[in-house]
Design a protein around this ligand. Structure first.
Ligand SMILES: Cc1cc2nc3c(=O)[nH]c(=O)nc-3n(C[C@H](O)[C@H](O)[C@H](O)COP(=O)(O)OP(=O)(O)OC[C@H]3O[C@@H](n4cnc5c(N)ncnc54)[C@H](O)[C@@H]3O)c2cc1C
Length: 291
């Protein structure tokens, strides 16, 4: 695990200039909870690390009109403890709370969790259900992209951390007749990869008796975080009734493609658990919307 330089830029512009100067041989580091073990295992070689953890522009959770903006350097602990996130994006607070151990939650950031591009990252799944958008900057300028489009395959993001910085994630905060929830299945409570995780956002009609729109996100059931769009479509406009939910969850279980994995149980078991986790999360999201 060797790097020659460890730099602390004073601004995003300076960080981008440092990356540019090293022409692909430097890389952004935030909490280091993913990157440092990767460097130790020699899965990556870098000459220079550009530490963005002190940049004020990447910190903080703000409400701008109806939109919640979460800085990329916000830690899992901060997300889980934020009143705004707990109230208006409950699934994200719950997902962040499920990450690793207290040490990892205090160090690890939401930006790192996204750029590390694991299909079951515990903040990525709720952010997918919240339909989040990412703000990214490079020397060429800034761009906004749907979160979903940042994923290529496990461990590979379209955000190139040797030239670009993920600045923030933005999504609409949930309102009165909307609710969200996160559910997770793992072998142990601490430090375990999820066998499956799920996040649900439910928007109900004014009377709270029917679904207007539902978003269902799941991991790891594909190479990237997955939205069960056929099941979402099946629930649109339906009364909140056992049969409609059971038939949509059947669809979700079919469109999800979990693979058998010695660390994560068999395909058949996980497909069955897709139904169970989504039902639990959907029920809590509906209860939250109705209250
Ligand atoms: C013991 C242990 C348990 C864990 N348990 C869980 C778990 O339960 N659930 C879970 O989801 N994750 C878990 N993780 C993974 C990890 O903690 C998270 O992915 C964390 O959020 C990564 O954030 P970081 O700030 O530490 O990223 P870093 O390690 O600093 O960076 C990760 C990657 O993202 C890039 N990067 C970071 N920030 C930016 C940015 N703003 N712009 C561009 N590129 C950036 C880096 O170059 C690097 O490639 C665990 C890790 C460990 C070591």
């Amino acid at each position: 695990m060797k790097w020659e330089k460890y730099l602390f830029p004073a601004s995003i512009e300076e960080a981008l200039a440092m990356l540019e100067e090293h022409q692909g041989r430097a890389r952004v580091i935030a909490g280091g909870t993913d990157l440092v073990p990767e460097l130790k295992r020699r899965e990556r070689e870098v000459e220079c690390l550009v530490d963005i953890s002190r940049l004020e522009e990447l910190k903080g959770i703000q409400l701008e009109g109806d939109v919640i903006r979460v800085g990329a350097s916000v830690t899992h602990q901060q997300l889980a403890a934020s009143d705004l996130i707990r109230e208006r994006a409950t699934a994200l607070a719950e997902g962040a709370h499920a990450v690793g151990s207290p040490q990892i939650r205090y160090m690890g950031t939401v930006g790192g969790n996204i750029v590390n591009a694991q299909p079951a990252a515990d903040t990525a799944i709720p952010l997918m259900a919240l339909d989040a958008e990412a703000e990214i900057v490079s020397c060429e300028g800034s761009r906004a992209e749907p979160l979903e489009s940042l994923y290529v395959r496990p461990g590979e993001s379209t955000v190139d951390a040797s030239t670009e910085i993920l600045v923030a994630l933005r999504f609409r905060g949930l309102d009165g007749n909307e609710g969200s929830a996160f559910a997770r299945l793992a072998k142990r409570k601490a430090l375990a990869l999820p066998i499956l995780n799920a996040a649900v956002v439910a928007s109900l009609n004014g009377a709270g008796t029917a679904f207007e729109e539902v978003r269902l996100a799941l991991g790891p059931v594909a190479l990237i975080p997955f939205r069960a769009r056929k099941a979402e479509e099946a629930l649109r406009g339906k009364a909140i009734e056992t049969e409609a939910i059971a038939s949509a969850l059947e669809i979700a279980s079919e469109e999800a493609q979990p693979r058998s994995n010695p660390l994560r149980a068999t395909r058949e078991y996980r497909q069955e658990m897709v139904r169970v986790l989504l039902r639990r999360a959907l029920q809590r999201a509906v209860e939250s919307a109705q209250s």
